[in-house]
Ligand binder design. Structure first.
Ligand SMILES: [Zn+2]
Length: 251
């Protein structure tokens, strides 16, 4: 089937957007197609099914760490296209957090290490790159998490991450933890998909334009917020949609 036949077939379903381009995730010429209006979740590469924030993170990773295959990368709570891409690399490790299992052990059926991002068992300065993709909006104590990420990064290492970021608000918690450990909602609860829990994962923080200052106070790391303005190169890489930012904190 040639590309114009594919385009004709795709046009017969309710396509909101379709563009030819080059995908930073699967590194091939492709078509980017949006079935819905919310490009952040709906604008997919037809070859690898990546969405804009994944392509954006991959593009920034390749620019900042061209030999990313050869350095020590750790990812907390991975899922999706980039996880499939990274997990074969011998220098890539990953973790999830199971409250009921011992910390620091490998959970056999998954190959993942059990780690609490707020209190990791890794030694200091172990990793060149630490990745989190839409994870930090689910953390109970982000000060502890940023501090820990800073601790396990080597000097000169980077934390590269995506998070739903609302540039015009001040960072705010959505929950409060009571003295007895009970979680109380400050803002009505919302949940995102969770790779290890079918009930979903509670959103605990809304991150605002002051995120860089927050991270600096917590960890001493300087954070750059990278945007993807409307231009030819970003369109070609399928980098369109609301809240499209990649943050890079450097140790
Ligand atoms: Zn792709």
């Amino acid at each position: 089937m040639n590309i114009s036949t594919v385009v004709q077939r795709l046009k017969s379903i309710r396509i909101r957007r379709i563009k030819k381009g080059y995908c930073p995730c699967c590194e091939r010429k492709t078509l980017f197609v949006a079935i819905g209006y919310w490009l952040r979740d709906d604008y997919r590469c037809i070859r690898c099914r990546s969405i804009p924030r994944q392509r954006a993170l991959m593009k920034v990773l390749k620019e900042r760490v061209p030999d990313y295959n050869k350095v020590n990368i750790h990812e907390s709570s991975p899922s999706g296209v980039l996880f499939n891409k990274f997990k074969g690399n011998e220098n890539y490790t990953f973790s999830y957090y199971w409250k009921d299992r011992p910390l620091g052990t490998v959970v056999e059926e998954t190959g993942a290490c059990n780690q609490n991002l707020e209190n990791m068992t890794f030694e200091d300065e172990k990793f060149d790159v630490f990745i989190t993709q839409d994870v930090l909006e689910h953390i109970y104590n982000p000060v502890a998490a940023f501090c820990e990420i800073g601790r396990v990064l080597k000097q000169g290492g980077i934390h590269i991450f995506t998070v739903p970021l609302y540039p015009f608000i001040k960072t705010r918690p959505r929950i409060k933890i009571e003295a007895g450990g009970e979680i109380k909602e400050i803002i009505p609860a919302i949940y995102h998909g969770d790779p290890i829990n079918s009930k979903g994962c509670l959103v605990t923080w809304d991150w605002g334009g002051d995120i860089a200052e927050y991270i600096y106070q917590a960890s001493g790391m300087r954070t750059e917020i990278i945007e993807f303005p409307n231009n030819k190169e970003n369109f070609r890489n399928g980098l369109e949609g609301d809240f499209l930012y990649v943050c890079v904190s450097s140790k």
